[in-house]
Design a protein around this ligand. Structure first.
Ligand code: ZN
Length: 401
């Protein structure tokens, strides 16, 4: 298979023109308790030979529910666990499975990576795709975007797709089978919408961008209000509200905002961290949540932004309540060396990184200084320390103790 970027649609790079193609939402969204069992006819309208893509855990849970229902519709079903990661190699293998089975429809089941893999496969083979999230960890079930990773799990690039999924099935019973930590991570990823969109698009007066940014603010407030109660009562109405927020609303904001409503430093920090092998047991949204603190700390240290300082303190309290990581230690990265930290910072600061959407220049040294001081008290924001590597090393060492 060739470079994934070669057959991209032209829409993603044309944001400067007055015509913008939006992919705001899946064609259909079905949500409710136990709804998966009612979706046989809807899936049958999309294809007669579906290929189910997912990791082993998700396939073990979902396949026994899907199989009898789809057989009742006389569909010919096959499945593959090649899509547990979204890599170029796994895409190649899945393409072969599509050919072998002569699949005419893809069904993705799982968290972020498996759904990204299913969407990318469908895009590549020009087939319709159904997404069935098995956790509230990301909004991947909604979006027209797939992240591609290396075989070692390092983030490589994202691929803008030609449409959102044809059908999204959000079955709360299924989401409830996931470890609670996945929803916590989803809350972290959804929170980033506000902190990133308000920086990348907060000054725009264009109607759709204003709408997306305001939706992101409402999403943040809703999570502040409901997350703790939701995590205490899985399956309850408030828990469903928070699942809707992380899986649906977070995706909707990206859909309405389009290519201009992009990620900024929080996801850039995540991308850099994926290149440190030790961090791989942490979830996407956990790294992103830490990345929000880093972004705010940068705004605070470089620009002396007091609002960012206040927002960081507010988030630290919230993170403590719902157990999101506040520091490198919390991410299990207390054993990394200074040069590894520098490598992650350099990757996050590469010329094409979204970190450069911040309204000021960021160097790897500045980023490292922010990365080691995410939990600093509000008064401690010495801008002079940013250009002094020995101060960074001191902060870094003191975090290890
Ligand atoms: Zn994300």
């Amino acid at each position: 298979m060739t470079d994934l970027h070669h057959d991209l649609p032209q829409l993603s790079t044309k944001t400067r023109s007055t015509s913008v193609l939006l992919m705001p939402a899946p064609a259909q969204v079905m949500r409710g308790q136990g709804v998966l069992r009612q979706m046989g006819a809807a899936i049958a309208r999309l294809g007669q030979r579906p290929l189910i893509v997912g990791g082993d855990r998700s396939l073990a849970i979902v396949a026994p529910m899907l199989s009898p229902m789809l057989e009742q519709q006389s569909l010919q079903l096959a499945q593959t666990n090649d899509g547990s990661t979204c890599t170029e190699a796994s895409l190649n293998q899945m393409c072969q499975r599509v050919e072998q089975h002569q699949a005419d429809c893809i069904i993705g089941v799982g968290g972020g990576k498996a759904l990204d893999a299913a969407k990318l496969l469908a895009y590549h083979c020009r087939l319709p795709v159904v997404t069935i999230p098995t956790s509230g960890a990301t909004c991947a079930a909604w979006t027209a975007l797939s992240n591609v990773y290396s075989d070692q799990g390092a983030f490589l690039y994202d691929v803008p797709l030609s449409q959102c999924p044809n059908l999204l099935i959000l079955d709360y019973d299924l989401i409830q089978t996931a470890p609670p930590r996945t929803l916590v991570a989803g809350i972290g990823d959804a929170l980033a919408k506000w902190y990133e969109a308000s920086v990348s698009s907060g000054h725009s007066e264009r109607t759709l961008l204003v709408t997306a940014v305001q939706q992101a603010r409402v999403l943040r407030d809703l999570l502040f209000q409901k997350a703790i109660a939701a995590l205490q009562a899985p399956g309850s109405e408030v828990w469903q509200d928070v699942v809707d927020a992380t899986v649906l609303v977070a995706g909707m904001i990206g859909g309405v905002g389009g290519a201009q409503c992009r990620t900024v430093a929080a996801h850039a920090v995540h991308n850099g961290l994926t290149h440190l092998l030790q961090g791989h047991h942490t979830l996407h949204g956990e790294k992103v949540a830490y990345g929000i603190l880093v972004q705010l700390r940068l705004e605070e240290m470089v620009m002396g932004n007091l609002l960012a300082a206040t927002a960081r303190q507010q988030l630290l309290k919230f993170y403590e309540d719902i157990r999101l990581p506040q520091s490198l230690q919390d991410l299990g990265l207390n054993q990394i060396t200074l040069s590894e930290l520098q490598r992650a910072a350099e990757i996050a600061c590469q010329p094409n990184s979204d970190i450069h959407r911040l309204p000021f220049e960021v160097t790897p040294t500045q980023l490292m200084a922010a990365m080691v001081s995410t939990t600093a008290p509000m008064s401690s924001s010495p801008a002079t320390s940013l250009s002094n590597p020995s101060r960074i090393e001191m902060s870094f060492r003191s975090q290890e103790v």
